[in-house]
Design a protein around this ligand. Structure first.
Ligand code: ADP
Ligand code: MG
Ligand code: MG
Length: 206
């Protein structure tokens, strides 16, 4: 269903989308954080593409663990270790050949790793508010037996809706939580970038 080249293409497309939206992500972070999310991720994904090009990739899982380790090492902000854990944990459990069910299960474990590291839950106004709905959409798609393309479209839509749903939330984790009620009324930058990751996957698989 999904092969090594597709996973590499996922990171290439994510890097492209983050580059195109770098200033928007940084503006979102300027409102409730420290105005570096766009540049953090742009730089991190540039490093990921370099690492993927320099590595003899043995499997889909190896793409994910390479990307995850690079993000953990190269992104200074909170988002580096969090995204890094997502992809590294996915890579630890993903089996070849990759099926939709296997991918959905690995994604779910990756999201759990993010929740554990960040001590964040749904509703805390973080990337989890985009990632967890995407994971649920994938699980429902597996249950309902829908095709890969439709499943990834639904996951991307769920992530985008989840990101918009952070606007009225008060942040309980990360820098934005320091603002208390003043964090209300702004979209969370990490949720917005998580939606870009899911859009990137739907795009390359489509
Ligand atoms: P920093 O806040 O260190 O500057 P970034 O700006 O790159 O890092 O990333 C900020 C994003 O990271 C937030 O918008 C949020 O989505 C996510 N984030 C921050 N802290 C947590 C946490 N404890 N759990 C989950 N996600 C978090
Ligand atoms: Mg920041
Ligand atoms: Mg920072």
């Amino acid at each position: 269903m999904m092969e090594t080249a597709l996973f590499v293409a996922w990171f290439e497309e994510a890097a492209r989308l983050v580059r195109a939206d770098r200033d928007r992500l940084t503006r979102l972070d300027a409102a409730i954080g420290d105005a570096d999310h766009g540049t953090n991720l742009d730089r991190g994904l540039t490093e990921v593409l370099k690492a993927l090009a320099d590595t003899a990739l043995e499997s889909e899982a190896h793409v994910l663990t390479t990307a995850g380790a690079t993000l953990i090492r190269r992104v200074g902000g909170a988002s580096g270790p969090l995204y890094g854990s997502l992809f590294r944990q996915m890579g630890k459990v993903l089996e070849t050949p990759v099926t939709l069910a296997g991918f959905a299960a690995a994604f779910e474990e990756g999201v759990v790793a993010v929740e554990r590291l960040g001590k964040a839950a749904l509703g805390d106004k973080t990337m989890v508010d985009a990632l967890a709905p995407a994971s649920r959409a994938l699980a429902l798609a597996v249950r309902d037996g829908v095709g890969v393309r439709q499943a990834l479209d639904q996951a991307a839509r769920a992530a985008a809706e989840g990101s918009k749903a952070t606007i009225p939330m008060q942040a309980r984790k990360g820098r934005a939580s320091y603002l208390g009620e003043r964090s209300i009324g702004h979209e969370d930058p990490g949720a917005a970038s998580a939606a870009l990751f899911m859009t990137a996957l739907a795009t390359v698989a489509g």
